[in-house]
Design a protein around this ligand. Structure first.
Ligand code: SF4
Length: 448
């Protein structure tokens, strides 16, 4: 039986900010990063010395922090001024970092289930750098059991040769950072690529038979219009990718857009407001559904849900271990979360001394682990109560009775037997709604 809301008239949802102001909207982990502390780094050493819990998958993430240009909305740790010598040093030391991990008991004979090259721009690397890097990674932890190898690309960095190399090293999921198809919108937002490079690289990639090609879009870039957004969706459908990921534009503190706002004394970012961005994603999802895609999360639509998976996301959101290599990378091992040093030189210096470059850590309580998985899995649009009963011994509906009751009264949640499902309206604002599950001490007005 499906129930949406109690019989009385729906209560009004919490007041939502309409304008886009500065701060993080996207919830990437829980507890919030501001609760991860340097004095908890010793907990990492203990986690590395324990054998893995049975059945826990292992993944490897490598952050490639180099880009041709810095996009005005970018809040990642990236560098646009590093030469080949600096990049080679970085890659060699990232391999040393993997070496330090590969010898520790937490590996327990496991091989990675998934590998993810994120950035920054992994496709900024040359073919020889890629071959050398991945050859050494495979020697330390073989990829023969990997179900997925994801590689993020900026279209303007791809040639047919480089794509061939990317395919040959074993990449199975190619993710193209398209963001928008309009050259003026791309330029004004500081993107390095243009629309002709999108089409060229996409067609090269198709010819090489990558098992999965994903296209990233952003709803609400500076100077985005209704008409242009519809055209972006049309052009996406024309390319016919295996999956489409759509982010709603946010403006965190360390972006050029915010620096400009601050200089001009403005509180509102020069981008579409939240209701408009939600409407644009809703339009894109509806058009993709008409073309046979299925909505697989608050940000993704996939063409063939039986065949098209995202192992990295699904494993991490169910508590997989992750070795995060590279500057500012995030890891999770044996119940402890941690982040690497956030600046280039200190990161390299630590590894030159053969020390893991860890900056801050946190070992969440069992209750916080439960909330983490609930929050992250809700981004898929549905959670299974029996999964949480099995894994945490908790009756989800009783433990979060108040939060579920609110979500149902706002018409954002349906309870269908074991399945708790967000309505489309709820899914499009899931990052705002999941705060309802946070412990009181973690409820801040901004997610940091
Ligand atoms: S390409 Fe991605 S990582 Fe690089 S500057 Fe742009 S948004 Fe940031």
């Amino acid at each position: 039986m499906t129930t949406t809301a109690p019989s009385q008239a729906p209560a009004k949802p919490p007041p939502a900010e309409s304008e886009t102001t500065v701060g993080n909207y996207f919830v990437a982990n829980y507890p919030p990063f501001s609760f991860w502390k340097p004095d908890r780094v010793p907990e990492v050493e203990a986690a590395l010395d324990r054998p893995p819990k049975p059945e826990t998958p292992l993944g490897v993430y490598l952050h490639i922090p180099f880009c041709r240009k810095r996009c005005h909305f970018c809040y990642f740790r990236v560098y646009t001024d590093k030469n080949a010598t600096a990049i080679n040093s970085y890659l060699n030391l990232a391999i040393q970092e993997l070496q330090l991990y590969a010898a520790r008991p937490f590996i327990g004979g496991r091989k990675p289930q998934f590998i993810y090259f994120g950035g920054g721009t992994p496709s900024y690397l040359s073919e020889s750098q890629l071959l050398n890097l991945t050859g050494q990674m495979k020697q330390l932890l073989p990829w023969d059991a990997a179900e997925e190898v994801t590689f993020e690309c900026e279209p303007g960095t791809l040639s047919d040769h480089k794509l061939k190399t990317i395919r040959e090293i074993g990449v199975s999921r190619l993710s193209l950072g398209v963001e928008n198809f309009n050259d003026h919108v791309l330029e004004i937002n500081g993107r390095a690529h243009r629309s002709r490079e999108i089409r060229r690289s996409y067609h090269f990639a198709r010819e090489l038979n990558f098992p999965q090609i994903n296209i990233d879009l952003i709803a609400g870039m500076v100077e985005e219009t209704e008409e242009n957004w519809r055209d972006c969706v049309r052009q996406t459908l024309e390319l016919d990718p295996d999956s489409v990921t759509i982010y709603q534009m946010e403006v965190p503190y360390n972006t050029d857009i915010y620096r400009e706002m601050k200089a001009q004394g403005k509180l509102t970012a020069p981008v579409a407001d939240w209701p408009t961005k939600r409407r644009w994603v809703e339009y894109a999802f509806a058009e993709l559904e008409k073309a046979g895609y299925s909505v697989a999360s608050g940000y993704t639509a996939v063409k063939n849900p039986e065949r098209t998976h995202f192992v990295y996301r699904d494993s991490l959101w169910q508590g997989a271990d992750l070795i995060g290599l590279g500057v500012a990378s995030f890891s999770h091992i044996g119940g402890t979360h941690f982040q690497n040093l956030q600046d280039f030189e200190p990161y390299l210096a630590s590894l030159r001394e053969r020390r893991l470059p860890i900056y801050r850590a946190l070992t969440p309580t069992t209750d916080e682990c439960l909330i983490r998985e609930l929050v992250l899995q809700f981004k898929l649009g549905r959670v299974s109560a029996s999964y949480f009963a099995r894994k945490f011994g908790v009756d989800l509906l009783a433990r979060f009775a108040e939060a579920f009751s609110k979500l149902r009264s706002w018409n954002f949640l349906q309870v269908d037997g074991d399945c708790l499902r967000l309505t489309r309206d709820g899914l499009l604002q899931v990052d705002r709604l999941v705060h309802e599950f946070f412990l009181p001490e973690h409820r801040t007005s901004r997610y940091v």
